[in-house]
Design a protein around this ligand. Sequence first.
Ligand code: GRF
Length: 198
Amino acid sequence: MHSSEQTKKTPIAVLISGRGSNLQCLIDACAADAYPARIVAVISNRPDAYGLERARAAGIPAIAIDHKAYEARESFEAALDTALREAGAQFVCLAGFMRILTESFVNRWAGRMINIHPSLLPKFKGVDTHKRAIEAGETEHGCTVHWVTPGMDEGPVIAQARVPVLPGDTPETLAARVLEQEHRLYPQALELALAQQR
Ligand code: GRF
C-alpha cells in the first residue's frame, strides 16, 4: 500500500472481551486498500480473550487492560482512554466488549464510537437476546450496528440485518444465523459510519 493511501484511512481501535470473530471481519475488511479504516490497536478488558491472538496474528498491537486490576470503573476507563490516545485511535468499534461504559467516557468519544448488538434494536437490549427473541415468539431477529450513546444499546441505528427465527431454533442455532449476518454487517456499517462522520 502507498503511504498516501494509508493516510486516507481513519485509525480505529477495536474493543473486545472474547473470541473476536467480529474483530476478525474488521481486520479482513481493513486489509483492502480501498477500505476507509485501519486498525491501530485491539484492546481487551480480559487478558485471555482469543481476539487478542487474532490481533497479534495480523500484526496489530494487542493490549490487555484487565478491569479487575482497577478499583473503580473510572480508573479503568482512564487507562482505556490513555491507551486509545497513545495508539492514535480516532474512532472506536466495540465488538463483543462486555463492560458498561460511563457517561463521561461515552461523551468523550461521542460521534466516534459504534457498537454491534445481536438484536433488532430497539428490541432486546442487553444480554441473552437470542433466547429472549425465541421466548417472545419473534418470527424475525437480527443484529444492529449503532452509535454509542450513554443509554445502553440506545444510540442511533447505522445499519441492521435480519434473519428468520425458524421452528425448532435454539438460542445457539439462532445465534449462529445472526452471527453470520454480523460478520457481513459490521464492516459495511463501519464504512457508513465513517462516511456520516465526514
Ligand atoms: C456478538 O454476537 C456481538 O454482537 C455481541 O457479542 C458477540 C461477540 O462475538 N455484542 P465475537 O467476540 O465478535 O465473536
